[in-house]
Structures are given as C-alpha cells and as structure tokens.
Write a protein that binds this ligand. Structure first.
Ligand code: CAO
Length: 463
C-alpha cells in the first residue's frame, strides 16, 4: 500500500523550512524513525524522520527547495521490507508510542505552493530530538505509566512527572520536559504545559513577529537599481538562517539605542594559566579557551551587575531581572551566525563549561543543535579574536540588553612602574541597551570584567 509521508510540524509557529539534504532515493528501503531529509528553519537545522517503513517509491522534494508543513516528502510502499539504514527506536520508546496515523491519500504539491498543513498531521515517534508531528490525539489517550526519567539537565531541578506521550511531545518540539512546570494532578506535566512552554520559548527567542526584512525602522527598502547595467550579476536565494539573522539584527539595530564601551584586559598571566591547565581540561574532553573563561567571568559579572541580566518590558513598563544565568555564544558556522546557549554557567566549574562549549559549538557547526539549545540566553559573547581584528561593535541580541565583543589579543608595550613591559592585551567591546543601562554602569561592568580576567580571585570575592 502506497503511503504519503508529509512534512510534520516542526515546532510552534514554524510553518515551513528549506530542504538542505535529501537522505534517501527511490528504491531505498526505509524504516520508521529513520531520518529522511534535513530541513533548516529559522531556528535550527533538523533531521526529519519518516513515520512509515517501506520502500521509497517517489521523492517529492529536492535540496534547496522551500517546503511547507504538510507537504508530501515521500511516497512509500508500506511493508515492502528491506534493511534499515538507521537503528530502530529503543524498544521502550516504541512500546510507549501509539501506532502512526495513516496519511491522507490526496496528492499535494511540495515546495512553495504546497497545501496548508492538515488538521491531523502525520505522526511519528522518533526518540530523536528532531522535527516530528505533534500528536493531536494526546488528550484522548489513556494515561500511561510514568517513565523513569534521566537526571534533570538544569542544576538542582528535580525530574518532573510526565507520561511517555508528554515526554515524546516535548522531545518532538525540542523542549526539555524537565524545564516545564506541571499544572496537572500532583504537578504532572500536561501536553498543554509543554505547548505553552514552547510558545514562551518562541517569544523569548524573538518569535514575536519581527518586522519583515528591510522594514525595521518602519521604512520600506529603497528600490534597487538594475545592477546588470554595469556588469554581470548573479541572484541567489537567502538561506533561512541568513534571512532570520538579517531580520533580527535589523530590528535590534533600529529599536535599541546602542552604546559600545571599549576596554582592554591584560591576559598575560591568564595565557600562562591556560597553557598550564590545557592538558587537564583536554583530558576531560574540552578545550580551555578564552571564550570559556570569559563565560565564567561574565556569569560572575551578571551577579554583581544584575541590570545586565535583564530585559526591558516596555509594554508593562517593567524591567525583568532573570535569576538564572544562561550565556549565548556566537558561533561562526558555514550556514552563518548561530548563537547556542550555555545553561547555568554560574553553577558550573570552568572544566564543565569548556567541555560543554566544545560540544555546543561542534553541534552548531554540524547542524545538531536543538531549538531548546538556541533559546533563553541572558547575555551573549561574540569572540572574533580567533579570526582577528582590533575592535568591533556587536549588536545586542534581543531581548537581552548587552553583548560582549572580543577581539584578538596582542603583545603590546604597556607602561608599568616607570617602564614599558611586553604584555598580552585582550581588546573587549561591550554593547548595551542604553534604555536600561547607563554609560557609567557600562564602563563599571567592563572594567570589572577586565579586572576579574587579570585577577580571577575577584570572581570568588565578588561574583
Ligand atoms: N585572541 C587571540 N586568539 C584567540 C582569541 C582571541 N580573542 N580567541 C580565540 N583565539 C585563538 C584560540 O586560542 C585558538 O588558537 P589555538 O588553536 O592556537 O589554540 C584559535 O583562536 C581558535 O579558537 P577556538 O575557536 O578554538 O576557541 P574559542 O572558544 O575561543 O572560540 C567560538 C569558540 C565558537 C567562539 C569561535 O570558534 C567562533 O565561532 N567565533 C566566531 C564568533 C562570531 O562569528 N562572532 C560574530 C558574531 S556578530 O557579533
């Protein structure tokens, strides 16, 4: 029996994406839960697993194509058997998952003109953190026994009570179920709790409909001249990440009054310590880098200067102070700039931060980051020093209020006690939202960061 596998829901408020990779071809035998395409949305790149097993009869998508949720991806001859390319889902999770719904028979065109998503999307039960349809039947299902849960990722958080289907829903839309407050009996997490959390994450990540590209500041873009009059040109579609980056940066630039404060930290002693302890951190699976050390210093600085860990809520005329410390790290990838988030930096030691940062940057570069990992940052660090440059003015990553730019450290003559000495100096630039932070506070914050880098004991003393 031929079944259409359609693009399932990719997450709250995500209606489409761009196909960046097609992993199967006509004639391939596929298994349920096997990733078949990779789709890039404005938040993350996701491997999309099939909800059916069988032999691929038709591939209706191609790389580079925009695809809407609900569009047909594959036509699969079900039950035709064959060897799976991927390991099947864990027995336990398979048991927890109800059978997949059969997709509709009517053919829909894929790509830009694809039909809107069906009311009851195709459902899949992959255990992976990938894009999968949400189960609309969830509320009608009989309550399932609770699963033993892995330790909560957030320090100090207790594992939550949630049924396997709720856990699956959370995984499917990239939510860490342990972060969700349960409103059910005995604090149990319900499907509605997970969806509400996902909606809040979206808003947190700037999901409140940003202005269309070129319209930040309310002005329509100027009409372009015909460049072909002066020579050959080539037009290329923007990637989803590029478009989203352009929209968000234009919005931040047009709406936040930015000020950038510059300073330099003497990292001579720190560089020696970095060399001395590099092997120890390497043995733990991380790299002792300037960025990781700065993350730890910034976590202490945010505690000392809480206005830098805030968000302006203009609508309610309030400032929201966050009691947690999640730091976004700008990562240069071949798809463009991504900012995955290191969680609870204040409660982790430097080795843990180094290991997590190494893994996080690697996942961002290999398109493995989840939606959850890209959201909820309090402050961002952008280190361009590995590439070069003496200074730059980073743009605040909304809805945060400050960002630290890091340029290349260089050996400089510094006048100390009546003579010039060679010191390694690290240029830092702090951009901040002047509506929330005064210039004097900006200067104090960055000076404190420089002093803490020069004398890390300050982190224990005051951070
Ligand atoms: N000054 C001098 N050298 C530096 C440096 C600095 N500020 N920062 C890093 N380096 C060096 C490192 O020491 C390392 O050298 P070795 O290979 O000899 O050890 C090399 O540059 C590469 O560093 P790294 O990438 O391994 O480590 P990192 O943790 O410092 O950086 C990350 C990680 C993810 C921040 C970085 O790889 C990256 O992607 N940077 C670009 C961020 C970006 O695009 N920002 C712009 C956003 S728009 O505001």
């Amino acid at each position: 029996m031929a079944t259409e596998f359609k693009l399932p829901e990719l997450g709250e408020n995500i209606e489409s994406g761009k196909v960046t990779s097609v992993m199967v071809a006509v004639g391939d035998a596929i298994e349920k839960d096997q990733p078949v395409i990779e789709v890039e949305t404005d938040k993350a790149a996701l491997e999309v697993p099939s909800s059916v097993s069988g032999t691929v009869k038709e591939v209706r998508v191609k790389e580079g194509q925009d695809i809407a949720v609900g569009a047909v991806v594959l036509v699969v001859e079900e039950g035709a058997g064959g060897t799976a390319k991927e390991k099947p889902a864990k027995a336990e999770e398979k048991k927890a998952a109800p059978p997949a719904k059969e997709a509709g028979k009517k053919e829909e065109p894929a790509g830009k003109e694809a039909a809107p998503p069906q009311k009851a999307p195709v459902k899949s039960e992959s255990p992976k953190n990938a894009a999968i349809a949400r189960d609309e039947r969830e509320p009608e299902e009989p309550e399932e026994p609770e699963e033993a849960e892995a330790p909560a990722r957030r320090a100090g958080a207790a594992p939550v009570a949630a049924s396997p289907s709720v856990r699956r829903l959370a995984r499917e839309i990239g939510v860490d179920v342990n972060q969700v407050a349960g409103s059910g009996k005995g604090g149990r997490v319900t499907p509605e709790d997970v969806k509400a959390y996902a909606r809040r994450m979206n808003v947190d990540a700037g999901g409140v409909a940003p202005p269309r590209l070129g319209r930040a500041g309310e002005e329509a873009p100027l009409p372009l001249p015909d460049f072909a009059r002066w020579g050959e040109i080539e037009r290329r579609d923007m990637s989803t990440v590029r478009r989203r980056t352009a929209e968000r940066l234009a919005h931040a630039w047009a709406t936040i009054p930015h000020v950038t404060q510059f300073d330099k930290a003497d990292v001579t002693a720190l560089e020696e310590l970095r060399k001395r302890y590099a092997k120890q951190v390497e043995a733990a699976g991380g790299k002792l880098t300037v960025t990781a050390i700065l993350a730890k210093v910034i976590a202490a600085a945010l505690r000392k200067f809480p206005q830098f860990n805030s968000t302006l809520d203009f609508e309610h005329e309030q400032i929201i102070y966050k009691q947690y410390c999640h730091i976004g790290i700008a990562v240069d990838t071949d798809r463009g700039l991504l900012v995955p988030v290191l969680r609870d930096v204040d409660s982790k030691n430097l080795t843990q931060i180094c290991v997590e940062l190494t893994e996080l940057a690697e996942r961002a570069r290999t398109k493995k980051t989840t939606l959850d990992e890209m959201q909820g940052g309090c402050f961002t660090i952008s280190n361009l020093g590995g590439i070069g440059g003496t200074a730059f003015t980073p743009i605040v990553n909304e809805p945060e209020v400050a960002i630290l730019g890091v340029s290349r450290s260089v050996l400089e003559p510094v006048f100390i006690n009546g003579e010039f000495r060679p010191r390694t100096m690290l240029p830092l630039s702090l951009s901040y939202d002047h509506r929330v932070i005064d210039g004097a506070d900006g200067a104090r914050f960055l000076r404190w960061v420089c002093e803490a880098i020069e004398n890390p004991f300050l982190v224990f003393l005051e951070g």
